[in-house]
Design a protein around this ligand. Sequence first.
Ligand SMILES: Cc1cc2nc3c(=O)[nH]c(=O)nc-3n(C[C@H](O)[C@H](O)[C@H](O)COP(=O)(O)OP(=O)(O)OC[C@H]3O[C@@H](n4cnc5c(N)ncnc54)[C@H](O)[C@@H]3O)c2cc1C
Length: 218
Amino acid sequence: MDFDVLFIGSGQAAWNGAIPMSKAGLRVGVIEEGRFGGVCTNRGCNAKITLDRPVELMRQVEQLQGRGFDQLPTLNWHDLMAHKHEVIDGLAYGNEMKLAGAGVTNIIGHATFVDAHTLRVNDKDYTADKIVIATGRVPHRLDIPGKELLHDSTDFLVLEDMPKRLTIIGAGYVAWNLQPSPMLSALMSPSSCAAVGHYVISTPHTWIPSLPICVIVG
Ligand SMILES: Cc1cc2nc3c(=O)[nH]c(=O)nc-3n(C[C@H](O)[C@H](O)[C@H](O)COP(=O)(O)OP(=O)(O)OC[C@H]3O[C@@H](n4cnc5c(N)ncnc54)[C@H](O)[C@@H]3O)c2cc1C
C-alpha cells in the first residue's frame, strides 16, 4: 500500500485528522481538487469573520458615542473586500504547507474510486489501507424559474458591490451564519433581509446589537 490513510478533500474534516495521524507516524496522503483548506478556510467561516470584524468594531464605537468617541467611522465595502482577499487568499497555500510540514503527501486533482483501497487522480493510482471521504458539501442548486439569477454563499462573499436588498432562501446552517452577521446588519436596511425556510436554528450571534430584522417565512 502507498499510504496507511488517504483523505479525499483537505478541509477541516481532513486536516484535523491528517496532521496528527502523520505526526504519529502513519503514512498519510491528502487529495484536493480545489483550494487547500476547503470551504471554511477559503469561502466560509474565515471570509465571513474577516468581513464581520470591522463591522463589530464600528458597533462598539457606536456604543461609545459621547463616551470617548464623537464620530462614527464609515464602512467601505470595496476596501473591506480587498482586505478580505489579503487575509484569505494566501490561506490555501498556508494550509497546503501546514500539511506538507507535518509530513502529509499532498496530491492535487480529482479523486475517483478504482476499488475499496485504490483512488485514481490524474490517471495515477494510489493505494491506501484506509480511505477517508472528506469531500464536504456543495450548494444545492434550486430548479426554479429564474435560477440563473441566484447566488450562493460563495458568490456572496466575493461580491464587488453590496446589494441593497437580500433574500436568503433556506434557514439552515449557512443562512444562520450569514443572516445575523454584523456586516449585513451594517450595510443593509433592517427591512431588506428575509430568510425563507421551514425552521431557523437559534444563533449565538444574537447578542450583536442592531441585527437586521429578518422575516422568516415557514
Ligand atoms: C458561508 C459559510 C460560513 C460558515 N461559517 C462557519 C463558522 O463560522 N463556523 C463553523 O464551524 N463552520 C462554518 N461553516 C461551515 C464549514 O465551512 C464547514 O462545516 C466545513 O468547511 C466542512 O469541512 P469539510 O472538511 O467537511 O468539507 P469542505 O471544507 O467542503 O472540504 C471538502 C474539500 O474536498 C474537496 N473535494 C471534494 N471532492 C473531491 C474529489 N473527488 N477529489 C478531490 N478533492 C475533492 C473540495 O474541493 C473541498 O476543498 C460555514 C460555511 C459557509 C458556507
